[in-house]
Design a protein around this ligand. Structure first.
Ligand code: AMP
Length: 252
């Protein structure tokens, strides 16, 4: 079985981004970038399937600028067999990414695409769903457990009030939620080896895919700054402050 894991290179989750003064977006220039955290989880799951012998090959793909190769090298160090960069300088929206991934999926013919449930920069949560729809494959989003047999995938999903278990016939698309696993750190020898590994670069322009954006960002604004906290001396004083805040008067 072949697995395909799409990986996005995003501003590191530990950094605070600044909104540009003109409200046109966030200023990511000069910031440390890293693998989208949900993609790390998707990759870890795929590496486990590869190690258990259920999968025979694990291919990772990133769509973006040449610099995104760095995240593919991290993926190779974590255990991917092969990496593909679909290269473009165009700022990609989820629909364009889904179209590019569809083209690659039709070339690679994976039995399972495992991807993040969302990218932490656009928080779109759209690409997996659109990819599955365009391929005409079953999908299970927000997976918290995944079992794969030769022809099916059993996926548990956390839903309001419990767990839902789905059975999908392969090929299929699964998107990973936080609780699916804890990703490993790549070992130093593997990081060194991945530095020299070949990465296949496919120019997006040659794939015949319309990358035109369909959405226009009207405005991005920073969250309101939080008012400073207030320290009170006793539970009674706290209760009085809460009553006051709720318009119930300061006295019990
Ligand atoms: P989104 O729909 O943008 O929230 O992204 C959901 C998932 O789609 C991510 O977790 C990735 O697995 C995949 N994805 C999004 N953008 C890219 C990209 N530029 N290259 C590769 N995979 C991507």
């Amino acid at each position: 079985m072949k697995l395909l894991v799409p990986i996005k290179w995003v501003v590191d989750y530990q950094l605070r981004v600044r909104v540009r003064e003109d409200g046109s977006g966030v200023d990511a220039s000069g910031l440390k970038m890293s693998m989208n955290p949900f993609d790390e989880i998707a990759l870890e799951e795929a590496v486990r399937l590869r190690e258990s012998g259920i999968a025979r090959e694990l291919v990772v793909v990133s769509c973006g600028t040449a610099a995104s190769q760095e995240t593919l090298r991290t993926a190779l160090a974590m255990g991917a067999d092969r990496a593909v960069l679909i290269e473009t300088d165009v700022l990609l929206q989820p629909l364009a990414v889904a179209k590019l991934l569809k083209t690659l999926a039709q070339r690679e013919l994976p039995q399972l695409v495992i991807m993040g449930k969302q990218a932490i920069d656009d928080d779109a949560n759209q690409t997996a769903q659109m990819l599955a729809a365009m391929l005409g494959w079953p999908q299970a989003t927000f997976a918290s457990k995944l079992q794969v047999t030769g022809t099916t995938a059993i996926v548990s999903r956390e839903i309001d009030g419990g767990l839902e278990t789905l059975e999908l016939s392969l090929p299929a698309v699964v998107s990973a939620d936080l609780r699916l696993n804890t990703p490993r750190y790549a070992s130093l020898p593997n990081v060194m080896k991945a530095r020299r590994a070949p990465i296949e670069c496919l120019p997006a322009a040659g794939l015949g895919v319309d990358l035109q954006p369909r959405l226009t960002t009207v405005r991005v604004s920073a969250p309101q700054p939080r008012p400073a906290g207030v320290r009170v001396d006793s539970v009674e004083a706290l209760a009085a402050r809460l009553r006051e805040a709720l318009g119930m008067g300061g006295e019990a």
